[in-house]
Design a protein around this ligand. Structure first.
Ligand code: HPA
Length: 236
């Protein structure tokens, strides 16, 4: 079988899929953390791999940037490839000065002004979507056992990276309680709900809208090991 965007056979993809935004980060995780790796997708260079971590099978695939992109890939994985769990592992911009570069965030809720969920399901607009409590519970246990501090809170899934009114992030932070911004979780959580599956989002702070600090793409690619270590332990 294949779908318009994934060329894999069903049994080539594990029940749990980690999804970084960047397909090259998926390649990096596969090459540096997994054994017995097989690439199952290269359509549009949106690389996906399945391998073994600590004796357990797990997949990792790029989601692309933004809700339309992760919306397509996560829907196809959940609906047509019998994937049970998708864990987004991404980067985010901090909305508060209590977060530092490289802090790890576990999303408890995603706020968005996006129409993705309402259009997808033909439902009224809801400002928030939610991750799986089961997955979040396991992520907290794993982080605890690895002594990695998790910052839990609401994140903002934005359709816009470059805003003309830069300071508007403060309104979103203060009105909706968002501690950081990324561009995918709201759609991922919606797709999990609509397909009866599970999703979670772990983020590493790559820049701060408050202090204007940022990391380089190379640092981002390599320095996210804390988040990976947590996510890989979710292999079934
Ligand atoms: N905005 C949106 N998404 C992001 C950002 C940001 O500042 N940083 C990392 N992902």
């Amino acid at each position: 079988m294949s779908t318009p965007h994934i060329e894999a056979q069903k049994n080539q993809i594990a029940k749990t899929v980690l999804m970084p935004g960047d397909p090259l980060r998926a390649k990096y995780v596969a090459e540096n953390f997994l054994e017995d790796v097989e690439r199952f997708n290269a359509v549009r260079n949106m690389f996906g791999y399945t391998g073994v971590y600590n004796g357990r099978r797990i997949s990792v695939m790029g989601s692309g940037m933004g809700m339309p992109s992760i919306g397509i890939y996560s829907y196809e994985l959940f609906k047509f490839y019998d994937v049970e769990n998708i864990i987004r592992i991404g980067s985010c911009g901090a909305y508060t000065d209590t977060l530092d570069l490289y802090d790890v965030i576990l999303a408890e809720r995603a706020y968005s002004e996006s129409t993705y969920a309402s259009v997808q399901a033909g439902e009224a607009y809801e400002p928030y979507t939610h991750p799986s409590e089961t997955l979040n519970g396991r992520i907290e246990e794993i982080a605890d056992s690895l002594d990695i501090e998790l910052h839990k809170g609401t994140i903002h899934s934005s359709d816009v990276f470059y805003r003309e009114n830069f300071e508007d992030f403060k309104r979103i932070r203060d009105t909706y309680g968002a501690i950081a911004v990324e561009m995918e979780a709201y759609a991922l959580f919606h797709n999990a709900r609509i397909t009866g599956k599970r999703a979670a989002t772990i983020l590493t702070v790559s820049d701060s809208l408050v202090t204007k600090q940022e990391t380089s793409p190379e640092e981002r690619q390599k320095s996210f090991t804390n988040m990976m270590e947590i996510a890989l332990r979710l292999a079934e």
